[in-house]
Design a binder for this molecule. Structure first.
Ligand code: PEP
Ligand code: MN
Length: 287
């Protein structure tokens, strides 16, 4: 592992590195600005399950103050075996997500996992997500670099900030200026329990600010993987200066098709949004 050097800043990440004035460059998505004064919360199901579900979730998260809707139509799972509930809807799921976004006015964020599907996902999505596992998938980074939509680039759980900004540089280098970073936890053997998943690198938030002008979000859902840890980490992320969050929300979390342990129900999401409003205002930001 190497520290970021002055020569890296000049020669390896000139497009991702911090501007002389030290300011973040906001990324505009429709009427939403990521990295501006307002804290941006993206919320929705891990996986799009059906049209009624995703519309219901879109309405609920919008009412609670979310600025964008998330949902996966292509899901990279840890194991290849799926039960009848762990389906991925593919293009039909993108259509349901798009319809829910249009009905509520929320821009939609969805993951692309396959270099062959970038154009198709880009036709539906307002923001194209590159997942943690694909952070250094160079062909995929190059494809999303020319898709003409903002990209949400998750940090791989084993990647340094240097690697992460290098991956962002690939997208910027292809001419796509709209890159949003997303911290989603790094690995260590375990913290307090062998079953704990990832450690949210809160320090990465001020470090991104120091080295890059790109906005940075945090995903407390896919990092902690446990519902009871989502709100504390979400609050910490905003207090540390993150530009926003991406969160799993589901009306009946235990029955979510994918990642049932981490989704917040509507009441818990509403309560968290109230808390985040308070923290944002202390930070001099709106929510
Ligand atoms: C997701 O956001 O649905 C997802 C799969 O995220 P990650 O790449 O962080 O695992
Ligand atoms: Mn998930």
């Amino acid at each position: 592992m190497k520290d970021i050097s002055d020569s890296d800043l000049r020669t390896n990440i000139p497009l991702a590195s911090a501007r002389p004035d030290g300011r973040c460059t906001p990324v505009r998505v429709g009427n939403v600005e990521v990295g501006g004064n307002a804290v941006v919360v993206i919320a929705g199901p891990c996986a799009v399950e059906n049209d009624i579900q995703v519309l219901d979730i879109a309405r609920a998260v919008k009412a609670a103050g979310a600025a964008m809707l998330r949902g996966g139509a292509f899901k990279p799972l840890t194991f290849p075996y799926r039960n009848e509930r762990m389906y991925e809807l593919g293009e039909v799921g993108l259509q349901y997500l798009r319809a829910a976004g249009d009905a509520t006015g929320l821009p939609i964020v969805t993951e692309v996992v396959d270099v062959r599907l970038v154009d198709m996902v880009g036709r539906y999505a307002d923001v194209v997500q590159v997942g943690a596992r694909n952070m250094q998938n160079v062909p995929l980074l190059e494809e999303v670099g020319r898709v003409g939509k903002p990209v949400l680039l998750k940090r791989h759980f084993g990647a340094s900030l240097r690697d992460w900004l290098g991956a962002a540089e690939y997208i910027l280098h292809r001419g796509n200026e709209r890159v949003i970073l997303c911290e989603r936890g790094i690995v260590a053997p375990h913290t307090h329990a062998p079953t704990s998943r990832f450690i949210v690198d809160i320090q990465a938030i001020p470090a991104v600010r120091e080295y890059s002008h790109l906005p940075v979000l945090v995903d407390p859902s896919h990092s902690t993987f446990r519902r009871r840890y989502v709100a504390p980490i979400a609050r910490a992320a905003i207090a540390a200066g993150a530009d926003g969050l991406i969160l799993d929300v589901h009306p009946d979390p235990e029955r979510a098709a994918v990642d049932p342990l981490q989704a917040l129900d509507y009441a818990a999401f509403g309560e968290l949004m109230r808390e985040l409003r308070g923290i944002s205002s202390v930070m001099g930001r709106k929510l």
